[in-house]
Ligand binder design. Structure first.
Ligand SMILES: Nc1ncnc2c1ncn2[C@@H]1O[C@H](COP(=O)(O)OP(=O)(O)O)[C@@H](O)[C@H]1O
Ligand SMILES: [Mg+2]
Length: 361
């Protein structure tokens, strides 16, 4: 997929900033993506793949309801990441609705900076989501190893996250779990956002308390009823963390973290320049009527901010911008960018469990 602007600028033109005309043109393209999303959303997918053709390589990550494992498909030699969710745990943690959303969303989204579903199936005990394997590892690991990102790298990643959130919000999805653990780096150095476990179609407002403490928006903590604004807040936290190496609001006790968030109390390290401070201040804005991303100009407040001066948004979207960093991947199935985890057998029960709860899967 590639996006082409009707009026291409020439190399001699100054390309700083993003014009209203460019944005209008881009919105037409987003509308096209939305129509495609809506069509897939209404269609039940059928996959015909034989489970025994999938060879399990190793665990890539673990979560509250299961794990993600690296697979090799013997027929094509292609590598996949499979999220395995235990039905019993999903029910116990009251996540059946979220998991059904996760499946339908993964099946319907298509954007350069998000993962999507290749196939899904279920057995007596588990449900399985199979996605393309993103071999560069979590942004989290790279950030911890590097300490913090150099500004060009932080800008490169931030611009992709903005485009991904713009897409998701345009198709009425609120993501709700933005953090470095859920952002993967592909072989080409570009990002893929994964984990749509808390993502949902938003009509109006919602009240569910979900997400990760350090990234929760004040309006969500205060049970105020919230909308897309929560994702822009988390983006502000991410922006800060990529540039500082640690999150803006942190305490050992989550309650203390929430107090700091609600008060909007944080300090920028001395290394932050004026432009960075300004964009962070406008994004980590407790008053949502003043927060970047949700005001009248929407994402244009980001796209035209001085901190992004020099970024060519269309080049980023089409992956034509040279990435400041490319992770080491020796081959398509190289999993050395991921942490090691204890392996555990996936053993489905001999009889079908929780059939009725998972009928729609
Ligand atoms: N498509 C993928 N390719 C490679 N690794 C993945 C992929 N999807 C998820 N992972 C890894 O598995 C971890 C857990 O997956 P995630 O969907 O975030 O589950 P949870 O909801 O339990 O957090 C991720 O943080 C990431 O390290
Ligand atoms: Mg996750």
């Amino acid at each position: 997929m590639s996006y082409k602007l009707a009026t291409q600028s020439t190399s001699t033109e100054v390309r700083d900033g993003y014009t209203e005309q460019q944005q209008q043109q881009y919105r037409k393209y987003l509308q096209q993506l939305k129509n495609e999303f809506d069509q897939r959303w209404c269609k039940k997918q059928n996959f015909n793949i034989v489970f025994s053709d999938l060879e399990r390589v190793r665990t890539l990550g673990t979560g509250a309801f299961g794990r993600v494992v690296l697979l090799k498909y013997s027929k094509t030699q292609k590598f996949y990441a499979m999220k395995v969710l235990e039905k019993e745990k999903v029910i116990k943690m009251k996540q059946v609705d979220h998991t059904l959303y996760e499946k339908r969303i993964l099946e319907a989204i298509r954007f350069p900076f998000t993962v999507s579903m290749e196939f899904s199936f279920k057995d007596n005990s588990y449900i399985y989501f199979v996605m393309p394997f993103v071999p560069g590892g979590e942004m989290f690991s790279h950030l911890r190893r590097m300490g913090k990102f150099e500004e060009p790298l932080a800008k490169f990643y931030a611009s992709q996250v903005i485009l991904a959130l713009e897409y998701l919000h345009f198709i009425n999805l609120v993501y709700r779990d933005l953090k470095p653990e859920n952002i993967l780096i592909d072989r080409n150095g570009y990002l893929k956002i994964t984990d749509f476990g808390f993502c949902k179609v938003l009509q109006g407002r919602t009240w569910t308390l979900c997400g990760t403490p350090e990234y929760l928006a004040p309006e969500l903590i205060l049970s105020k009823g919230y909308g897309f604004s929560v994702d822009w807040w988390s983006f502000g936290v991410l922006l800060y963390e990529m540039n500082a190496g640690y999150p803006p609001f942190y305490a050992n006790d989550p309650m203390k973290t929430y107090e700091k968030i609600v008060a909007g109390k944080y300090r920028c390290p001395s290394s932050f320049n004026a432009d960075l401070r300004d964009i962070v201040r406008n994004t980590l804005q407790v008053d949502i009527t003043k927060r970047f991303g949700v005001m009248r100009n929407g994402v244009m407040d980001f796209k035209n901010h001085r901190w992004f001066k020099g970024i060519e948004w269309e080049a980023i979207l089409n992956c034509r911008w040279t990435p400041p960093y490319i992770p080491k991947c020796k081959h398509p199935g190289d999993s050395t960018n991921f942490e090691r985890y204890d392996e555990e057998a996936i053993k489905p029960s001999s009889h079908c469990r929780f059939e009725s709860e998972f009928l729609d899967f």
